[in-house]
Design a protein around this ligand. Structure first.
Ligand code: ADP
Ligand code: MG
Length: 369
């Protein structure tokens, strides 16, 4: 019965094809490769890239569709997860029913189609979050986070894969921009200033904080604003935004009812040879050592769950201060995607330092779960 419901609207032959493609080998790309490829833009290169994606995307998507059908604790059967699974199957079908790409015309049609796939998957993260929250509700409130290791690992694989798929599609679509901003190669900014991105992301985090608390601590950014390196500004923005929101919240909660002035959040940008490291440092009281193993899980948040009040996520904008428990694990995936990492060091009773390492060389291959 459950199995029937799981597959209802999809034909048996499609599901067999998903199995077949899901077992093929994925091919990773590095930041440097994307950069070099994108700086030699010719019709022939675009055609080659489209042919690569025509084969690569169904492999990656099929793997995720298969995994979505076999999750533990009945997670696969939660309505929100079924919805996500259907998006993956629909996209797989769209890709597989697209004929061989032979000329410029096919290439343009293909590009339109994959852009629509990207849009279809826009709300995957909040929808998955909803499914995971539904699971959390079913669990004994005294459950051990360790019991959910397999779910966390699944979500890490799932979101890492999503970052890669969206990067590949976004990069290909952006190459068709007839008038790209200076130094932009698709999503990549060849001369991105991390200080500038950190400033913008901090301002965005501060406005969310202002909206939620009525006040927001200062954020000071230290580092050379003229220093640049090739990276994806959207990714860095997202990571710093999440880290600064966490810091602002911790400082707000600690100083809300005190007469002391809230200490500023400090961001330090260091340009090393191998890494660019961004430290987000706050005096928000830190994280108890017992909580540290949980902060990179997808279920752990000490904030009130904002999903409780909104069953229908639709296309709504979900930029809230906290409460999904997704900020840190997702940020770490973005960092790792291009060979970086994220570490959190806490001094309970004082504050937290988040170290965001970004690889400068850009030659590490995409991690392919
Ligand atoms: P969320 O912010 O939605 O709760 P995150 O993954 O961003 O999810 O953070 C998880 C938890 O880690 C937070 O709820 C909070 O308890 C703790 N945390 C993260 N950053 C900080 C910080 N800078 N200071 C204190 N606690 C933090
Ligand atoms: Mg957060």
């Amino acid at each position: 019965m459950a199995a029937k419901k799981l597959y209802d609207s999809f034909s048996k032959s499609l599901l067999e094809e998903v199995q077949r493609w899901g077992s093929m080998k994925q091919t990773g790309v590095s930041l440097r490769y994307m950069l070099e490829f994108g700086s030699r833009l010719t019709d022939r290169n675009l055609l080659l890239a489209a042919q690569f994606l025509h084969k690569e995307l169904p492999i990656r998507i099929a793997r995720r569709a298969i995994e979505l059908q076999s999750l533990p604790y009945g997670l696969s059967h939660k309505p929100a997860i079924l919805k996500v699974r259907d998006w993956y199957l629909d996209s797989f079908r769209d890709l597989r029913s697209f004929p061989e790409i032979k000329d410029q015309n096919d290439e343009q049609e293909f590009t339109k189609m994959i852009n629509l796939i990207k849009v279809r998957h826009n709300n995957v993260v909040p929808t998955m979050a909803l499914g995971v929250q539904q699971l959390k509700k079913d669990l004994d409130p005294k459950f051990d986070y360790k019991d959910l290791d397999d779910i966390h690992q699944f979500l890490d694989r799932f979101y890492m894969s999503r970052i890669g798929i969206r990067m590949l599609i976004g990069q290909h679509v952006a190459m068709h921009d007839p008038d790209p901003p200076p130094d932009r190669i698709g999503y990549i900014h060849a001369k991105m200033s991390p200080v500038e991105v950190a400033r913008n992301a901090s301002e965005d985090a501060r406005s969310v904080c202002l909206r939620e608390y009525g006040t927001a601590p200062e954020v000071n950014v230290y580092g050379d604003p003229d220093f640049t390196f090739p990276y994806v500004p959207n990714h860095l923005h997202l990571m710093v935004f999440e880290l600064v929101k966490n810091s602002l919240r911790a400082v707000e909660e600690r100083f809300m009812d005190s007469d002391k002035i809230a200490p500023p959040v400090r961001i330090i940008v260091a340009d090393g040879l191998e890494d660019v490291t961004i430290k987000v440092s706050d005096e928000g009281g830190g994280i108890p050592r017992s909580g540290l193993p949980k902060i990179f899980t997808y279920l752990y948040s000490t904030a009130k769950n904002p999903l409780a009040e909104r069953a229908d996520l639709g296309t709504a904008d979900i930029a809230t201060m906290a409460g999904y428990g997704f900020g840190l694990p997702i940020s770490r995936l973005y960092a790792r995607y291009f060979g970086g990492d994220l570490q959190i060091i806490s001094m309970e009773g004082y504050g937290t330092d988040a170290y965001l390492h970004l690889s400068r060389l850009g030659d590490s291959q995409e991690p392919l779960p």
